[in-house]
Design a protein. Sequence first.
Length: 298
Amino acid sequence: MVFVLLPVHNRREITRKFIACLAAQTYPRTQLIVIDDGSIDGTAAMVVQALPNAVIIKGDGSWWWSGSMQRGYDWLLRHGPGDDDVVLLANDDIGFEPDFLKRAIDRLAVQPDALFGARLQGRNNGSPLETGVHANLRRFTFRTVRPGENIDCLPTRALFLRWSTMRRLGGFHPRLLPQYWADYEYTLRARRLNLRCVTSGDVSISANMETTGHHDLDALTGGKFLRALFSAKTPLNPIYRTGFVLLAAPWLWKPVNVVNVWFRAGFRIFWQGLLHLHFPRKAAGGHLPVKQPEGGQE
């Protein structure tokens, strides 16, 4: 059985496209678990109409990605999947072919203890945009892996793992990492447990890259910049970056990384927030070229 954990929030038409892809799968044994965090646009009703056996877990809009995934994880703990059952952590803004689940299950059968991430394909030329991430937690940098390198962490747009593996990893950290950085922390945790992160070119997805979050703060100044910087919708939020450092970085590098996070944030707060000046793109620091949105909150 494949259990699909899908957080959603007020994106009915985007979610509808995901449901259509899931309903078209050639792999028959699936259970969709929708964590609807306070939608008021009829998302839950649409899902049940399309897939009557879907499980709907309703929130109040405060769960974000990690809180939603934690509720999905709690549901699985209560209902006890088999160790060999598979869990798919997914975003609703992705598309995939009818043999997507079957291909992923076949790949996971070869490496049953791995975390298997679907590759994001470019819309124009079909080349992979995500093949896994190399994390340097000493310098707090992240880049796409090079050929022959091990993958340190993966996004969770479409991440497959066996239930036995997920149970070993445990839950999420909704307070410290409600949205951004939660996927990297989760998959880095797997690496610390000597579990491999892998991808494959024959299991791929497409994605809407413009649906969530504040990804470019360079043009904002004053109060708008400050509100965006400290929003849960941006990966540059220094509070949540600090939470990531505390959870994921080796003890030796926690202090220097925390100082680095707040030094960069403080400089930008002074420059863009107080002086109301645009921040030069090349000097911005802290952008994450391989970091992409997870969740579904708007």
